[in-house]
Design a protein around this ligand. Structure first.
Ligand SMILES: [Zn+2]
Length: 360
């Protein structure tokens, strides 16, 4: 069984900075990516659009140049979102759009995930004109949808969690106040979020990662498989089923975004860095989650290759790749100085069900 698809877009990935950049970009090339959305939670974060870097912030302009110099110029499209902070102004949005460099902005809940301590509460941008300016200029809002500042049962409990609350309380209000604002709900993990996106108007879409389609919190906890530790956390099977249902529905609001995060040090003295590395292997994992076959290959193509670029206003890729139902092996990514463990190796499952071939 073998299927050919147009090259796909990873509309949520982390490439970090520094000497390892070319390796991370290559791992996305290896999995037939036509384009990437490279997240701005670097150190320092990307909180300005133009000009040169400082010790406090980097700019989209400079990071784009770094990515391209490290090999990303071979992609058809690269988006670097602007990291929203309390210093972001409506003027920055307007000037950024005019420069052609600003396509989207990323909301991080303060202290919610890796390098997210610069974010301000989401109400800030509803009140200070930033979301209004984004809505007017067509700049897309990328949301990490978790309520910040929760702990214990409210953070992750039987009757709700940080994402559940955020999609019940926060995002519907933003959508109501700014119905023309395009919102990409990033890496959704709950039935609540999937239902919200389905019911919202066509300006609202969502990315779903391979790990949230394949695994539940039981997979994380049994044997403490910390390579599956990512934020938002993998949830329960009811949630996973709802995500899968949304992904295979053919609904153009749902598309691929791996949230692949190459951590050189996953275990830290005070816990574990959040993020799964799925460079090289994401289409294979999506195919596994979909149980890709003759019947669903069209909706798989929409999810992986078509819906995302359509939402972001890109053409579909005119290059192609293929997936064949044949076992393949994956192994750690070695850079000059580091070893990055891909998700499946961390789960002690180095054998993939699918093999990816580049056709061009
Ligand atoms: Zn991310």
């Amino acid at each position: 069984m073998k299927f050919t698809f147009p090259k796909w877009y990873d509309l949520h990935a982390h490439f970090r900075q520094g000497d390892n950049l070319p390796y991370y970009i290559q791992s996305h090339m290896n999995m037939a990516c036509a384009g990437i959305l490279a997240m701005p939670n670097t150190k320092p974060p990307i909180t300005r659009v133009m000009g040169s870097n400082t010790d406090q912030y980097w700019t989209i302009e400079s990071y784009l140049n770094d990515l391209k110099a490290a090999g990303a110029d071979a992609f058809d499209q690269i988006i670097v979102p602007l990291y929203l902070t309390k210093e972001t102004t409506p003027e920055m949005i307007i000037e950024g759009t005019q420069s052609g460099l600003l396509k989207s902005c990323k909301y991080y809940p303060p202290h919610g995930t890796t390098n997210s301590e610069f974010g301000a509460p989401i109400q800030t941008y509803m009140d200070n004109g930033v979301f209004a300016a984004m809505s007017d200029t067509g700049v897309i809002l990328n949301i990490h949808g978790e309520e910040h500042g929760l702990s214990g049962e409210a953070y992750f409990g039987k009757n709700g969690n940080a994402e559940d609350l955020f999609y019940k309380e926060r995002v519907p209000k933003i959508h109501e106040m700014f119905p023309n604002l395009k919102i990409a709900c990033e890496h959704i993990t709950t039935k609540t979020a999937a239902d919200f996106v389905t019911q919202a108007n066509n300006n609202v879409a969502a990315t779903i990662t391979p790990q949230h389609l394949l695994y539940t919190v039981a997979d994380l906890l049994q044997g403490l498989k910390y390579h599956l530790y990512c934020l938002p956390l993998v949830k329960f099977d009811e949630d996973r089923q709802a995500l899968l249902k949304a992904a295979v529905s053919g609904n153009k609001k749902f598309f691929a975004g791996t949230d692949s995060a190459p951590h050189t040090h996953k275990q830290t003295p005070c816990g574990c860095a959040a993020g799964c590395f799925t460079g090289d292997i994401a289409p294979q994992l999506y195919a596994e989650a979909f149980d890709l076959n003759e019947m669903n290959k069209d909706v798989f193509e929409k999810f992986l290759c078509l819906n995302g670029p359509e939402f972001y206003g890109f053409e579909k890729s005119n290059q192609s790749f293929s997936l064949e139902k044949m076992p393949s092996q994956t192994s750690p990514l070695k850079t000059k100085t580091d070893t990055i463990i891909p998700l499946t190796v961390g789960m002690e499952r180095p054998t993939l069900q699918w093999t990816l071939n580049q056709n061009d």
